[in-house]
Ligand binder design. Structure first.
Ligand code: PLP
Length: 283
């Protein structure tokens, strides 16, 4: 089946989809993005993702080329054209095409690109956990803005892949965990507190993270937003990551060491099941 992409007003075959070489996304990484998960035709947390897209644009003094309603229409049409039922929708907005100059162009038109990808999600209960490594966090100081400049994240993920690990957990110079290369990190401590870092400029405030906070709250769990050290993480009963693509994924081994008994924990499994149920109610 042919794949289609959306590029600045047109739905085009994926292999022909292109932007200009002087697009500022290509030249400077001057753009923002979102990834929305689709499960059985339901867009998970679409409202939250579009809200964060607007926030990222605002922080970079960019304007959305289209309204939220128009973006939703394109997302829906692109998923229909690609007959996508379960997978991810990728949205990217850059400052557009302009002769190369670091300062912002006066009159460039933002470029909007959307693609979709089929992915087979493990929507059943997790049987096997994943492993992770820790790496130094080498990113800039505004990690709360979801920009397309992902080189440190790519380097971190590559380091994980080379060690056969699923995720790289990034560690700040003070020894605290910031987040995963493409996910937020959570720990469940021996007192059954669910701990995840406070959402400030040091991390991306994950949309999945926010839904999981709400879901865990509904389960009467104690949620604490604070930073935690690598040592505290290694002593946890459970460690898991959240993101649009991984939903809730248990980490059973970090840096070659077992977390607790090295098995997927009950809380991660339960939150994942609840999240999948919640997505069924999304529009
Ligand atoms: C660095 C980083 N942190 C956290 C997340 C999780 O965000 P979300 O739950 O909105 O997908 C992502 C997702 O791509 C990410 O790249």
């Amino acid at each position: 089946m042919s794949r289609f992409a959306y590029v600045n007003g047109s739905y085009v075959p994926h292999r022909e989809a292109a932007v200009h070489i002087e697009d500022r996304g290509y030249q400077f990484g001057d753009g923002v993005y979102e990834v929305v998960l689709l499960i059985n035709g339901k867009m998970a947390d679409c409202e939250g993702h579009l809200k964060r897209l607007n926030r990222s644009l605002f922080k970079l003094k960019m304007k959305s080329p289209l309204s939220e309603g128009a973006l939703r229409q394109i997302m829906a049409r692109l998923t229909r054209l690609n007959r996508l039922k379960t997978g991810i929708i990728y949205i990217q907005i850059t400052r557009g095409v302009a002769s190369r100059d670091h300062s912002f162009p006066k009159n460039s038109l933002a470029s909007l690109v959307m693609t979709v990808k089929h992915v087979s999600l493990d929507t059943g209960r997790q049987l096997a956990g994943k492993s992770a490594i820790t790496v130094p966090d080498q990113r800039w100081d505004r990690r709360d803005i979801k920009t397309i400049q992902l080189l440190p994240n790519c380097l971190a993920k590559q380091a994980a892949s080379e060690k056969g690990a699923y995720e790289a957990i990034m560690v700040m110079p003070d020894g605290s965990v910031s987040e995963g290369s493409s996910s937020n990190v959570w720990i469940l401590n021996k007192e059954n507190q669910l701990i995840t870092r406070q959402p400030d400029e040091d991390i991306l405030n994950g949309i999945t993270r926010q839904s999981i906070q709400r879901i865990a709250g509904e389960r009467q769990m104690e949620i604490v937003e604070r930073s935690f050290s690598v040592a505290e993480m290694m002593q946890a009963k459970e460690v898991f990551v959240t993101s649009a693509t991984s939903m809730v994924t248990a980490l059973t081994h970090i840096d070659g060491q077992k977390i607790d008994e090295g098995k997927v924990g009950l809380i991660a499994s339960a939150l994942k099941a609840d999240y999948i149920k919640y997505v069924e109610t999304c529009s």
